[in-house]
Design a protein around this ligand. Structure first.
Ligand code: ATP
Ligand code: MG
Length: 414
């Protein structure tokens, strides 16, 4: 048997229903703030991600599905959607529109990762981007929108971690300062931390080692080193979140997997998830559009994983599928009449199905009951049908041509 590739999954009809609920919640919540939906291609020029996500990131170094298009061009299945949205913004001259341009998406992403619960090789992301504004209110709006979306679909409990990365220059200076600090305390650090001072000094903040933890209590943090403009911007974002009643934890060690972030960064996690606790996150990426050869353009956004949202949501009400009419056959002679009645019923706006499996009459009624049909019309001889109300059990004979008007007169179910 041929199976779906490792780390991929089928979305079966039942789970598709739950996804549709997420989609309509996103449509409603993001639409109300003026975000309009965009869909970019599944694959892009590899260079877009190499530049836009960053050559040094795990995503570009290890996680991309890259292939040759047969004509010498390197293409990549999108591992994320922010760079493609920025490409589209530039390609379609959206900077001539009133700014910021607010966009949202629901798209598949592809990353070559070790599959586990909440981590797949093809997965879905919701995202929102506001391109062309550096206002702290833009960051505030985006964070509140993601909080509201998670709340609306029942992702609970969530924690919001918040920080500011300042500018790449501040970050580079800070990194050197932190490395020097770690070297000065080298003999008190755990071996693995010491070995990685140059490669990844930030890791020291996550260490469980007692000696390292003691040292890190006095370590300089990036938040203390922000340029005054960036610090002011960050204070404004925090005040807005307070205003909106969102609780958050300041986490100066928050680093995001993408290179392009500046200033605000944030992440929502859920305790309902295990190791893969990140539900969604994002931040400001003022340098990205320029990296893609555009003019200096501030921007901010987030992405949230659909599968992790579903995993963290215990109950999503699934609406029952509606079937107004099931057309059954008393005998095979009625087959064409049954087909016609089902077609006409659907054209009249009813949800109608017909018998397709050659069941006995008893079997047809049992099937109609199982799929929740409201009425069954049993096609008999000479243009007569028995119309049965499945809820009350009442039934009577009527002309085939009267079946649809009778159901319509009875009104649709709410
Ligand atoms: P993680 O730290 O879990 O690897 P990330 O930092 O790589 O996450 P982002 O690139 O910020 O994640 O993507 C945004 C969201 O997309 C994540 O919060 C998560 O919900 C989801 N996501 C990321 N990678 C995967 C994956 N391989 N499978 C399923 N969902 C994912
Ligand atoms: Mg990752």
């Amino acid at each position: 048997m041929i199976r779906a590739p490792r780390g991929t999954f089928d979305i079966l009809p039942e789970s598709h229903q739950r996804r549709k609920l997420l989609e309509s919640a996103a449509e409603r919540i993001l639409g109300a703030a003026g975000y309009r939906r965009i869909e970019t291609p599944t694959f892009e020029a590899t260079e877009l991600f190499a530049r836009g996500v960053g050559e040094a990131t795990d995503i570009v170094r290890k996680e991309m599905y890259t292939f040759d298009d047969g004509a010498g061009r390197s293409l990549t299945l999108r591992p994320e959607v922010t760079a493609p949205v920025c490409r589209a913004y530039l390609e379609h001259g959206m900077r001539k529109l009133p700014q910021p341009v607010k966009l949202w998406y629901l798209s598949t992403c592809f990353r070559a990762e070790a599959p586990q619960r909440g981590r797949y090789r093809q997965f879905w992301q919701f995202g929102a981007e506001a391109i062309g504004s550096d206002a702290p209110e833009t960051d505030g709006e985006l964070i509140v929108l993601l909080a509201d979306l998670l709340e609306a679909v029942g992702v609970r409990p969530t924690r919001l971690r918040l920080s500011s990365l300042g500018t790449p220059a501040t970050r580079a200076e800070y990194r050197e300062e932190l490395k020097a600090f770690l070297r000065a305390h080298e003999e008190q650090l755990a071996g693995d931390v010491r070995d990685r001072i140059d490669l990844n000094p930030m890791r020291a903040f996550d260490s469980g080692d007692a000696g390292t933890r003691a040292v890190m209590r006095d370590a300089p943090t990036l938040l203390d080193r922000l340029h005054p403009d960036d610090a002011e911007h960050f204070d404004a974002v925090r005040a807005l979140l307070d205003e909106a009643g969102l609780t958050y934890e300041l986490d100066p060690t928050l680093v995001r997997g993408l290179d392009y972030y500046t200033r605000t960064v944030f992440e929502f996690t859920s305790d309902a998830l295990g190791a893969q606790s990140g539900v969604g996150g994002g931040g400001r990426y003022d340098g990205l559009i320029e990296l893609l050869d555009g003019p200096p353009t501030p921007a901010s956004g987030w992405a949230a994983g659909v599968e992790r949202m579903l995993l963290a949501t215990s109950e999503l009400p699934t609406a029952p599928e509606l079937v107004d009419l099931y057309v059954a056959l008393a005998n095979r002679d009625g087959a064409r009449t049954a087909f016609e009645l089902a077609v006409d019923a659907r054209r009249a706006g009813l949800q109608a199905q017909q018998e397709l499996a050659g069941r006995s009459l008893k079997g047809q009624l049992r099937h109609a009951d199982r799929i929740g049909a409201r009425y069954v019309a049993i096609i008999g001889d000479n243009g007569v049908a028995t119309l049965k109300d499945m809820e009350s059990g009442e039934e009577h004979d009527t002309g085939v041509g009267d079946v649809i008007p009778e159901i319509l007169r009875a009104g649709t179910r709410t």
